[in-house]
Design a protein. Structure first.
Length: 257
């Protein structure tokens, strides 16, 4: 099962991705979680300590690795470099593990001009393609609202493309924008998870705006425990039964599809 999670800034992509990773790991053994958001914080949502996360170097910053694998220097434009660098050993070497969740942090691609055609981008794109296409693991990718890490090649292997929204027009409009980008990349089925839900009216709002355009997988309540977990730097999964139950219900829905 390969799941990509996207959505507007702050809607709860990381909270949902981290909690779902823990639910899946409990259920089915090893899960590979990929932090593809430049502002990486999936680790703490999974339950890694800050110390553990601080020791991880994002793949995009591994100059030597990028040089070695692509034959070019990081940030170098116009030079020759391989578009198909070797990537298959990267998860083994660089991922850290907690409660059966392996975490790989991709880091930020510095965008040069219109779109990035640079060695680190080649490495990350190949890595993501590889992870989607070849790896057998259950995979969850916490993405940013932009989905430029994805290519037409990799999206064919995404089983679930999930957009997180909150009750409000802005995040839902972003969801439609992401949907059209994803459709252009050949993703057909796009699903929605509603987060920060306070009432049935919140659900109805989301349902009425989304309509038949996307399927809604479920909801996560607005939950002060999630904020508390964030403040303490611990996983919501570890301190709150309710969010565990809600995300487990979403997982059941995914499995039933
Ligand atoms: N259901 C919820 N109830 C209350 N607070 C929540 C809920 N979900 C997320 N939050 C809080 O909202 C903030 C943003 O959540 P999160 O980091 O998961 O969002 P994100 O979409 O990954 O954000 P970013 O775009 O910055 O990566 C955090 O402070 C988090 O604790
Ligand atoms: Mg996030």
């Amino acid at each position: 099962m390969k799941i990509a999670v996207s959505g507007k800034g702050g809607v709860g992509k990381t909270t949902f991705s981290g909690t779902l990773a823990r639910v899946l790991a409990k259920e089915s053994g090893t899960v590979l979680a990929i932090d593809a958001d430049p502002d990486a914080n999936l680790g703490s949502a999974i339950g890694f300590s800050q110390e553990a996360v601080d020791k991880v170097k994002p793949v995009a910053t591994m100059m030597e690795l990028i040089e070695e694998r692509t034959g070019a220097k990081k940030g170098e434009y116009g030079g020759m470099f391989s578009l198909t660098p070797k990537v298959d050993d990267i998860p083994e070497i660089y991922a850290i593990t907690h409660e059966n969740v392996r975490l790989l942090i991709l880091g930020t691609i510095q965008q040069g001009g219109s779109g990035c055609f640079c060695p680190e981008s080649a490495l990350l794109k190949n890595l993501i393609n590889h992870l989607f296409i070849r790896q057998q693991d259950t995979l969850i990718v916490d993405m940013e609202a932009g989905i430029e890490h994805l290519t037409r090649g990799s999206t064919a292997y995404v089983d679930m493309f999930i957009i997180t929204v909150e009750p409000g027009q802005r995040s839902i409009q972003t969801a439609f924008h992401i949907k059209s980008l994803a459709n252009e990349l050949g993703v057909k089925e796009i699903y929605v998870v509603g987060n920060k839900i306070n009432s049935d009216a919140d659900k109805e709002l989301i349902e009425s705006v989304i309509g038949d355009e996307m399927k809604i997988l479920g909801y996560i309540s607005y939950n002060p425990k999630i904020i508390e977990a964030d403040m303490k730097g611990v996983a919501p999964y570890d301190i709150d039964e309710k969010v565990r139950a809600e995300v487990s219900a979403i997982n059941e829905k995914i499995k039933a599809l």
